[in-house]
Structures are given as C-alpha cells and as structure tokens.
Design a protein around this ligand. Structure first.
Ligand code: ZN
Length: 241
C-alpha cells in the first residue's frame, strides 16, 4: 500500500495542487492537520482534500478556525490570519474541519498533528520529547506535523535517533520498534527550502520517501496581499522559513 502523507497545507491551494500533481496515483492520501490558517484559500483546499477522499486529523489552526480557544495562543500575525479565516470560510468547510478527529489510527500508523500525547499542540523537536511520547503510541509508526520541518525519528534497541531527510531521501522503516516521522509542510515550509514538501509511505516495502515540489509562490503572495492577510506571512513563503 502506497500512501501520500501531507501536512500543514495552510490554505495554500497553489502548493497543494502542485503536490497532488506530483503524487500521481496512490492508494490513499492522509493529512496531518493545519489544513487552514495563514493562507488565502481555505475553502479550495478543503474542497480538494474532500474530492480526493483524504483522511486525517485536526491541527491547532483547524480547531481555531471553527471557534476553538486555540486562537488565544497565536502570535499577532497568526491571529490576524485566523480572524480573516473565521470570517471567510463557508459552512461546508467549517463542517469538514469540525469532523476531523485529534487522533486517527490507520493500520499500524497513528496520525496526529502535534504529538501522540498532546495531538493538537505539542511540538516534537527533540529526542526527549520523542521518548516521552512513545508510551502513548498504540502503533509502530507515528505521523506528525506542526513543526513544518521534515524529520524521521526512530527508536532502535532503546536508542532514539533523529535525521532531517533531504529531498528525495528514502528511509527504511524496518527494524525500528517505534518511528515518528514528519512529512514537512505543503503550504508553509520552515526548513529553509520554500518548495512544498510531502512524503510517500510504502507500507509493503517499509520505506518513507520525502519529496519537494516547486509552485508559483509569487501568485500566492499576491493573493494574500489582495486578501489583506499580514505581509510578513506572505514574505516568509519566499524563504521557506
Ligand atoms: Zn502549521
């Protein structure tokens, strides 16, 4: 079974369309939340995911978009974008966002936005956070987003090792007792590479492969400015930070 794993699309439908074209044919598309927030086209992103039958989980931005208290912890730019999102999404988008659970198990994979123990908010940024989360995993594989940085953590013989996979890198999932892997962000990468990021999971071969896809960043920046979204959020897309 081949699965495309997408995270942190953030209402960037131009990036999502480039990724969907790159994915081609797979058995399933899974998403790890933060479908909306920051970007200018939340309705179009949700419509695409709905059309391709993507299954996934809610992120902090998705919860905030449908009235959740998460907005109180946002920085001023994120909050301004979220207030814009709240007033611009249509009822179909809001209903779809409300339907996303905090955790979802698909075979031997657990899907969360943040972390297994704190699925909406916690950032997985160190081996000690990975170690603390392993007891909360009912599966071997954990898929997470939220940091917007591609990453592969593996527990082998009690040791935890993390690697930031390069574009095109394939990591073997064999022999690990637990794995926590992050596909990177489709719509707002923060690892210094502005291209959209996604990950291909081949469950039969037990491999994960990271992909980067260029898209029309100036077009998205124009749409953000036209919508009145914070200029800094548009600017950062160019740097991938
Ligand atoms: Zn995010």
């Amino acid at each position: 079974m081949r699965v495309a794993v997408l995270s942190d699309i953030h209402a960037n439908v131009t990036a999502l369309d480039a990724v969907l074209a790159d994915i081609g044919s797979v058995d399933a598309i899974w998403h790890l939340g933060d479908v909306v927030g920051y970007g200018p086209e939340p309705d179009a992103v949700v419509a695409r995911l709905s059309n391709v039958g993507a299954t996934g989980v809610a992120g902090n931005h998705d919860r905030a978009a449908v009235g959740g208290p998460e907005i109180e912890w946002f920085n001023p730019d994120a909050r301004a974008a979220m207030e814009w999102t709240r007033t611009h999404i249509d009822p179909t988008t809001a209903a779809w966002l409300r339907d996303q659970p905090e955790r979802r198990t698909q075979g031997d994979a657990l899907l969360v936005h943040g972390s297994p123990r704190d699925p909406v908010w916690e950032y997985i940024t160190s081996a000690s956070v990975v170690r603390a989360n392993i007891p909360e995993m009912p599966t071997t594989i954990g898929l997470y987003g939220h940091t917007h940085v591609p990453m592969a953590w593996a527990e082998r013989d009690g040791q935890i090792e993390g690697a930031e996979p390069r574009p095109g890198a394939t990591v073997s999932l064999d022999g690990a007792s637990h794995l926590l892997v992050n596909p990177g962000s489709v719509g707002q990468p923060r690892d210094g590479d502005p291209r959209a990021s996604w990950m291909e999971l081949d469950l039969a071969a037990a491999t994960a492969t990271w992909h980067r896809v260029p898209y029309d960043i100036p077009a998205v920046q124009r749409a953000m400015r036209d919508a009145g979204l914070p200029a800094r959020l548009a600017e950062r897309l160019r740097h991938g930070l």
